[in-house]
Design a protein around this ligand. Structure first.
Ligand SMILES: [Zn+2]
Length: 210
């Protein structure tokens, strides 16, 4: 896909996320790898109203080379791309349900959402590390995300929200949506006796689709 088509797709998928309430105000940012660097949503932009020509462009060293000023959370994206050479796109949201799970005190910090459905396992995998809380803009957040992203396709930033990667832009958006739905199911079912996928069932999904 060429750069113009990627810009158009980024506008389209972002607007769709916004329209369905996965992002509000100017929250959330999305990046995608292109031939000569990266595209990322600009700082203070709303995912609901992006302009394809004004999307920020970064070179392969993440330096700003075109479009509006990039998101202040660009370092989260850099942490993922450097930790995961297979990542083609990164989606960061403050979506309600995943952020709610990121605020729970008594969850497993390696996989806070249990494997309730195969789609969650297929899109996110076995691990969803919870990265400790950092004040927005704290430079210590980048190495913490980098370490967590080396072992997982997605992480939850404590008291902040999810960061999700995938091979393509469309897949990263779908994975962020699947994570939000899985978080919703988990919260709906909390305190009830549930039937989780078994370890062999999870392994079977990972070896078939992982
Ligand atoms: Zn954020």
């Amino acid at each position: 896909m060429d750069e113009a088509a990627t810009r158009k797709l980024l506008v389209e998928l972002s607007a769709s996320l916004f329209a369905r309430g996965f992002a509000v105000g100017s929250a959330g940012n999305i990046s995608v790898r292109i031939d000569d660097g990266f595209l990322i949503t600009p700082t203070n932009s709303s995912l609901g109203r992006l302009n394809a020509e004004r999307i920020s462009k970064l070179d392969t060293n993440f330096a700003h080379v075109g479009g509006d000023k990039p998101s202040k959370e660009v370092f989260m994206h850099r942490a993922f791309y450097l930790a995961r050479p297979d990542a083609g796109a990164v989606v960061h949201l403050h979506s309600t349900m995943a952020t709610a799970v990121a605020c729970l005190a008594d969850v497993d910090a390696g996989s806070p959402i249990p494997p309730l459905t195969p789609y969650f396992v297929m899109r996110i995998g076995k691990m969803l590390p919870v990265v400790a809380y950092y004040r927005p803009g704290d430079p210590a957040m980048e190495p913490a995300i980098h370490d967590a992203a080396r072992q997982a396709r997605a992480v939850l930033l404590a008291n902040h929200g999810p960061v999700v990667s995938a091979a393509s832009l469309t897949d990263a958006v779908y994975a962020a949506e699947e994570l939000e739905e899985a978080a919703k199911l988990f919260l709906l079912l909390r305190g009830q006796s549930t039937r989780e996928l078994t370890a062999p069932q999870v392994q079977d999904l990972l070896s078939t689709f992982g």
